[in-house]
Design a protein around this ligand. Sequence first.
Ligand SMILES: [Zn+2]
Length: 264
Amino acid sequence: MIKLGFSFLFFFLGLVSGSFLNSLIYRLETNQGFIRGRSFCPNCRHTLAWRDLLPIWSFLLLRGRCRYCQKPISWQYPLVEAATGLTFLLLFNQVLPHPFTFPVPLIYLVYLLFVSSCLIVIFVFDLKHYLIPDEIVYAGIAASLAYRLFEASGNWESLFNPLAVAFLTSLFFWLIYHFSHGQGLGFGDVKLGFLMGLLLAFPQVLAALFFAFFSGAIIGIGLLALKKKKLKSELPFAPFLVSGTFFALFFGERIVNYYLSLLV
Ligand SMILES: [Zn+2]
């Protein structure tokens, strides 16, 4: 019962955070500061009231249109809210001890919620603009370094795995970036690789890379077949890397254990 209540709470927290991430993305797109004021419609600039800002609910109630100018609201808004809600719910259940006892490893949970929010922003921004915002990937790296230092707390050898994996993943991406002359990957992906390494470490990072390259290839071939993309035109790669990272976070351990059980 308590667990169910907390699950709802985290889902709700995720919805609200998703709404904040949407406004963060908008501010990054328009180069506005983060502190300044109220939300408004990007089309008619009418200030939005609280009843226009309820995650998902307002979108459904307004049938996807601005209350004031009737211009359709982007699907990005409800989708990011729903995705963040679901991510927070899953992360809470992932970190939860079995059986459920207090305290949950709170710092680990807060770290995962933060870094996942960065990943969601990177996913959307790269998909829309073929660009990974530096501020966001650096914030994720800084939080990951801080968490790894906290986790090690004196036992410095434990830092070796995530740090080495961060450098190696980043180097791997840099080699693709360098030899494909920026056609295969962007330099933003090289930085994202560092973040993935710090967050996932070995061997979970392998599950993430496998998922990213495999799904990237399938979707790339699919788009080619549908003639939506030419062979030369680039596909944003961060959405695949982010999907792979979430895949590894939620299923990585199970998959790695499964493979190890095959070896023994
Ligand atoms: Zn409007």
